[in-house]
Design a protein around this ligand. Structure first.
Ligand code: 0L1
Ligand code: MG
Length: 256
């Protein structure tokens, strides 16, 4: 299969909620650079279908997430406006395959971050806001199993996100140690703190800016940047109620 065909197959898996066999199992040679090209074609297909790009995500930036899926390198993907879940909302299960939720830190910038050479100080100076967030990942591969190249081609399993209302920027100095709980049907199933993300989630933004620079892209002001799952992801089913609790705000949804 060529890269266009692989991208179309992945898009079809999203649209029909039908998981596919891992690309790495079928293709003799499928490199990381091939996978990045497939991801870029997938974005193009979505834009041609009328979708809007609204941000970027980093993935596998915490040890918990890396162990979760047995892939040990940070990865990046894109966010579409249609991924956004209404706050205090309902998560539609009929558009997903086997979704999981993870607590994240979201960042919005007041000025473009243009690499290469972006430093942590540059990120701090560019911050408009830091928000509690959650991401829905939904691998398009059977049994949620993949290699690095597969998950990159699959836009890092991106499927949904919710960004809170409370801007944590005034509390930047204590961000890394804020305690976060994930509850499923009232029971605590994960606990963590933003420091789990590369020691500081803002390093994830720095990494993203410098990595986008290799493709002559930047992080524009105003877009959402998800910095990566803080804990292992949590699977859920129809009827489950999920709450991601920060000291300042609770993000929640019911899967219907
Ligand atoms: O943190 C992430 O968003 C990781 C995404 C890729 C792995 C997964 O599907 O869990
Ligand atoms: Mg994530």
């Amino acid at each position: 299969m060529n890269k266009q065909e692989i991208a179309e197959m992945l898009r079809n898996a999203v649209l029909t909620q039908t998981p596919i066999t891992q690309i790495s199992q079928n293709e003799m040679v499928f490199s990381l650079s091939d996978a990045k090209e497939v991801q870029a074609i997938g974005l193009q297909l979505a834009l041609e279908a009328g979708e809007t790009l609204c941000g970027y995500k980093m993935g596998l930036t915490s040890k918990a997430k890396q162990k979760d899926v047995n892939v040990f390198e940070p990865i990046q993907g894109y966010l579409l406006r249609s991924f956004e879940i209404p706050k205090a909302g309902v998560l539609k299960m009929n558009t997903r395959i086997h979704p999981r939720v993870e607590p994240e830190v979201a960042v919005v910038l007041k000025k473009d971050l243009i690499g290469p050479g972006v430093t942590l100080r540059d990120v701090v100076n560019a911050l408009e806001g830091i928000y509690p967030a959650l991401e829905i990942v939904d691998s398009r591969y059977e049994k949620f199993i993949f290699k690095l190249e597969d998950v990159v081609a699959d836009n890092t399993s991106a499927s949904g996100f919710m960004v809170g209302r409370v801007n944590l920027l005034p509390e930047l100095n204590s961000l890394n140690l804020m305690g976060i709980l994930v509850r499923k049907n009232g029971r605590i199933v994960e606990t963590g703190a933003p420091a789990a993300v590369l020691g500081d989630p803002l390093l994830s933004v720095m990494y993203l800016a410098n990595s986008l620079a290799e493709e002559s892209k930047s992080i524009p002001a105003g877009v959402v940047v998800l910095t990566g799952g803080i804990t292992q992801s949590v699977s859920f089913e129809m009827g489950d109620r999920i709450e991601v609790e920060w000291p300042q705000e609770v993000l929640s949804f019911t899967a219907e």
